[in-house]
Write a protein that binds this ligand. Structure first.
Ligand code: ADP
Ligand code: MG
Length: 449
């Protein structure tokens, strides 16, 4: 039974909105009352507010209007206790701007999905997990810094955000800043341009916990490294906690100042390895359950035996399965898995897929030139192929949104993110597009290196 207006609205919105978005964006808003046609909702950050306003305000308003039978406006309030920075993957810069601070200082989006509870522990990450839990206790002095390194898609960002969540849960007034190094770099450049270094420094040096994701982006960037060096020193000497992630251990960091590398080695260095079969199966079951469906054991085993390294790819497979299940209503079985995922799991070690090969497969299929595919024209003839190309790049390679953007002439990560979301949504409704996506995926994987 719904106990308040917002819960009533949520139960209707649940059917209208993609499940993952529902959980991430709508369910995290808290009801603060309804007065004079105004619905008051509290959200965790300015980024959530911007996102909700942009994508869901209309549907929320319509839903609530139907329930109360009067015109409705929404007032989003920001939870004052949460304060951190942005993750470029989840927070496109242009959408994080809040009215009174530049985007690089605005508060943030930690994904509620990335917490300790949703992290599956196995031999490959047990030690890293324990270290993160220790650091997440505000009262305990732990290794400083903690550096987690490992390959793509093995859970580094997940662990960093889990630390942030836990730290905030235990110490709600703490100042926690989680940021991808790319944002740190962009923020630094912006701050110089706008002559606002004092604010930039304040934002990074007056925190209780700083989590810097993907420090390898700092390599080779002298000015930013120097800035980070001083940030590090100030935090460290003030006994504030620093957590870093990197795609390689300090011993293999080239292009980085020696003094910074040696500081990375002051604390504890842990790695996350590719998970073993058992852990991959457990992850599949857990992710399926979080998305609201259950995965038969033979299916989980079948997938986990074929996708061995990148957990993000395991999730990609689950997404395809979920689309199929939603569209057909058929329970997931070995047969449906072979139907849907034949292409995904044809060989044990799929060939290496590159952006070039995705672009050329898409061009071939739609009979376009590369210039047309990545150009600026906006005819329907080129936009779908372009969006599909972007989608496939994200799905089939390990590249981040900003990295993919480099291959689509003059665009930034926001465009790629939007294309990805758009196709993802369309796939839910459109069986033809699904068949086409499967076909192209298969082609791409056959022609990979
Ligand atoms: P990285 O930052 O190392 O590239 P991420 O933290 O982004 O990897 O992880 C990629 C995806 O895999 C995320 O959706 C994350 O939730 C999931 N993931 C990785 N490791 C685990 C794990 N041990 N348990 C559950 N999910 C995991
Ligand atoms: Mg990451």
């Amino acid at each position: 039974m719904a106990t308040n207006l917002w819960e009533e609205a949520l139960s209707e919105l649940r059917t209208a909105v993609d499940e993952e978005n529902f959980n991430t964006w709508l369910q995290t808003a808290r009801y603060r009352g309804f007065e004079n046609g105004k619905l008051h909702l509290e959200v965790p950050s300015a980024f959530n507010r911007a996102w909700l306003t942009r994508n869901y305000e209309e549907v929320i308003v319509r839903t609530v209007e139907r329930l109360v039978q009067q015109p409705v406006e929404i007032d989003f309030h920001i939870d004052p206790l949460v304060d951190a920075a942005i993750d470029t993957e989840t927070a496109p810069a242009s959408e994080t701007e809040s009215p009174n601070s530049p985007f690089w200082l605005s508060d943030t989006a930690l994904s509620p999905k990335y917490n300790f509870k949703s992290f599956v522990v196995g031999e490959s990450n047990r030690f890293a997990y324990a270290a993160c839990q220790a650091v997440a206790e505000p009262e305990t002095e732990a290794w400083n810094p903690l550096l987690i390194w490992g390959g793509v898609g093995l859970g580094k960002t997940h662990l960093l955000q889990a630390i942030a969540h836990e730290f905030l849960a235990r110490s709600p007034r703490a100042r926690v800043r989680f940021v991808n190094s790319e944002s740190f770099i962009n923020g630094f450049i912006q701050a110089i341009k706008q002559d606002r270094m004092a604010q930039f420094r304040e934002a990074y040096r007056k925190v209780d916990l700083l989590l810097l994701d993907d420090v390898q982006f700092l390599f080779g960037k002298e000015g930013t490294q120097n800035e980070f060096f001083h940030t590090f020193n100030e935090l460290h000497s003030g006994r504030k906690k620093i957590v870093l992630s990197s795609d390689r251990p300090p011993s293999e960091m080239s292009n980085i100042e020696e003094r910074l590398r040696s500081r990375f080695e002051w604390g504890l260095i842990v790695d996350v390895q590719a998970p073993d079969l058992e852990t991959r199966i457990a992850i599949l079951h857990q992710k399926a359950e979080m998305s609201g469906f259950s995965l038969p054991n033979d299916v989980a085993q079948f997938i986990a035996e074929r996708i061995k390294t990148n957990i993000r790819k395991l999730e990609g497979v689950l997404t395809s399965l979920r689309h199929h299940w939603r569209l057909t209503g058929e329970p997931i079985s070995m047969r449906s898995v072979r139907d849907v995922l034949g292409h995904f799991v044809v060989c044990d070690e799929p060939k290496r897929v590159t952006v070039d090969c995705i672009q050329s497969c898409v061009c071939d299929y739609f009979n376009l030139s590369l210039a047309e595919l990545i150009g600026k024209e906006r005819h329907a003839k080129v936009t779908l192929p372009r969006h599909l190309g972007m989608y496939l790049c994200r799905l089939l390679t390990d590249l981040s949104y900003p990295e993919i953007a480099l291959h689509f002439k003059g665009r930034n990560h926001t465009s790629i993110l939007h294309a990805y979301r758009k196709i993802e949504k369309q796939l839910l409704r459109d069986a033809n597009l699904q068949a086409l996506t499967n076909y192209l995926t298969k082609k791409v994987q056959e022609t990979g290196e």
